[in-house]
Design a protein around this ligand. Sequence first.
Ligand SMILES: Nc1nc2c(c(=O)[nH]1)N[C@H]1C(S)=C(S)[C@@H](COP(=O)(O)OP(=O)(O)OC[C@H]3O[C@@H](n4cnc5c(=O)[nH]c(N)nc54)[C@H](O)[C@@H]3O)O[C@H]1N2
Ligand SMILES: Nc1nc2c(c(=O)[nH]1)N[C@H]1C(S)=C(S)[C@@H](COP(=O)(O)OP(=O)(O)OC[C@H]3O[C@@H](n4cnc5c(=O)[nH]c(N)nc54)[C@H](O)[C@@H]3O)O[C@H]1N2
Ligand code: SF4
Ligand SMILES: [Mo]
Length: 695
Amino acid sequence: MNEVPTSTLVRGACPHDCPDTCALLTTVEQGRATRVQGNPAHAPTDGVLCTKVSRYTERTYHPDRLLQPLRRVGPKGSGQFEPVGWDEALDAIADRLKVIAARDPQAVQPYSYAGTMGHVQSESIAGRFFHKLGASLLDRTICASAGAEALTQTLGDKVGMKVEFFVESKLIVIWGSNSIGSNLHFWRIAQEAKRKGAKLVCIDPRRTETAEKCHEHIAIRPGTDAALALALMHELIVHNWLDTDYIDRYTLGWEGLRARALQWTPERAADVCGVPAAQIRQLALDWGTTQPAAIRLNYGMQRVRGGGNAVRAVACLPALTGAWRHRAGGLLLSSSGHFPVRRAALQRPDLLGERRPRTVNMATIGDDLLRPASPEFGPKIEALIVYNSNPVAIAPESGKVVQGFAREDLFTVVLEHFQTDTADYADFILPATTQLEHWDIHTSYGHTDVLLNRPAIAPVGQARTNTGIFRALAQRMGFDEPCFTESDESLCRSAIGDEKDFEQLLANGFASLPLPDAPFAQGGFPSPSGRCEFFSQRLADQGLDGLPDHLPNYELATPGGRYPLAMISPPARNFLNSSFVNVKSLRDIEAEPVLEMHPQDALQRGIADGSVVKVFNDRGSYHCKARVNKRARPGVVNGLGIWWRKLGLNGTNVNELTSQNLTDLGRAPVFYDCLVEVAPDPEFTALLAKDMTHA
Ligand SMILES: Nc1nc2c(c(=O)[nH]1)N[C@H]1C(S)=C(S)[C@@H](COP(=O)(O)OP(=O)(O)OC[C@H]3O[C@@H](n4cnc5c(=O)[nH]c(N)nc54)[C@H](O)[C@@H]3O)O[C@H]1N2
Ligand SMILES: Nc1nc2c(c(=O)[nH]1)N[C@H]1C(S)=C(S)[C@@H](COP(=O)(O)OP(=O)(O)OC[C@H]3O[C@@H](n4cnc5c(=O)[nH]c(N)nc54)[C@H](O)[C@@H]3O)O[C@H]1N2
Ligand code: SF4
Ligand SMILES: [Mo]
């Protein structure tokens, strides 16, 4: 008889920047995590994880995992480091920060994003540390701030439909989202709805695996969604497919929006969007005559100049037809505004006292690292503390970002699991714990449950939690407030405040927010007027257009222009932003950095499928393999992201080409508003072939 090994199951939460926020069950045998699975008891997870996170143990015990602090010994970017003890590293970092802060603490810049979405390992003790120091603040815009601002100016907050009710929808419009790739658990719900007879429409320039499986694919030009939304409104008006009762009672600014929409015939929009007018008419008919009808909007469509306005225009559509009256109708972009997270208790902005440090936008870190001191900007950035992010790979216009990180006079500390492209430029690299090794508490932007993550295993090597690292630094800086010694478990409690809820989290691992099924069936939007604000007085007060409009991209192809192709760079399915690129089994699936091109565009340039191409514009160039197929629409190329530069073909990635321009609302980057040209590169292809035979 086989002996059953003693194993335990530990409840956790997926830490990644993904709307699904799955509940994890980690099997631990003799102190080692052997398997990570989805928790079948948690409805949104339904016992299933994506391929990436089901490989989480491969990532945690990866041979390249950082196991001890490292100090730079070679030139910046060379990646040469020597091991150093924790005390020595922390003392040296604190000493350097003290000297810089004595001149001006704003010369110290934190840089972090959603490497983990946990409220504790992201901005709790770290927030306290930088607030107490008086460091520059960071405008965390890299992903969602255009859409978030747009939703807030329209509905009042980041709120929307409860995701589970999409299963009852009769029409689902998946707009600017590749659900199969980046919102898998929503796709399971949409498929169930499809089996029950719902029509699925996907609006995306790329023929994604999701678009392929919908009844209809509208292959719109990037950055033209507002024009499409306005033309849909035009049709709703002229055919009288409006719910005038809902409009009268629960919306603001209809007359103005109506007048604007009437300027957008389907023909005019068809011309701008590059799709047949008949397709626009059909979608308007479907939206105007189907109930319940729902839109799953995602962040793909807001990474262009007019991204904020586009989200605002789309967010008006459910109110026009009264779709919100049904629990299976309306729209979902983000549910994060539903959660009463006590951010001030976690991050303690009160530690600033009277000080009001400047705010640096993470989207323009390239330019900002290269900026000298000036009255407008303030002091030059002298120290950069990076955690939960890989800016050298993910920030736009990497040529500038790399130049900034390479500054010999910049003091850089990186808290990481791996020696990423960013870590290569650090003065000190500090090894951080993964989700299997620490406590955290999670809310979601794709469902409405709170999850608790318990540590399953002891820290690997000498890794420490982000919170532990900032506590130790605080102590060395002489910050003696009791808030700097609060434990991670206590921080989890502080995040939600309610002891009763926390007991349930400890017992189950997750808890659902008590919310109405159809939150806006009778208005009650969290906006200043309580209505769905077609017209936003708050935007008008800022001197902006109070009504949504179509704003053309910054970079628009013109006949005979040097850069005739629009490039978008959505995520590759088996990576999560730049995370997992170094996990070999996942990288093997993606094989190499690719640029998808329509056969017509490839033929014009003499580019063969599988050959190495050079993609370029005035900002830089990038080598990758051409994949010639009809996933790309004519005139648009898809550079799938986000590869580690050093694991790509020539030490760069797609962000060499993207710009530091910002969106209309929310000050976000415009990754998908980018013109390029593509050329074959036979010499590079030959070189690469030679390299391979030597390897
Ligand atoms: N597997 C995987 N999952 C992920 C991520 C990942 O890297 N990999 N990233 C996570 C993160 S950080 C985020 S923010 C979300 C992002 O997830 P989504 O919000 O779904 O965004 P993207 O995948 O960037 O883009 C979605 C789709 O928008 C399309 N698109 C590009 N430009 C336009 C446009 O102008 N209009 C329209 N209508 N569509 C456009 C793209 O082709 C893409 O298929 O996914 C999360 N989930
Ligand atoms: N061209 C192009 N660029 C893009 C995008 C695009 O679509 N196209 N998408 C943008 C979007 S939506 C986003 S959200 C950003 C994402 O950019 P980032 O937020 O930088 O995301 P990642 O690249 O996944 O890097 C996160 C890093 O955090 C580390 N990490 C994870 N957990 C922890 C932890 O607990 N402690 C510490 N210290 N480190 C941890 C991981 O190892 C990883 O290296 O990229 C943006 N860049
Ligand atoms: S990345 Fe998303 S789909 Fe994958 S396990 Fe995490 S939350 Fe679930
Ligand atoms: Mo993101």
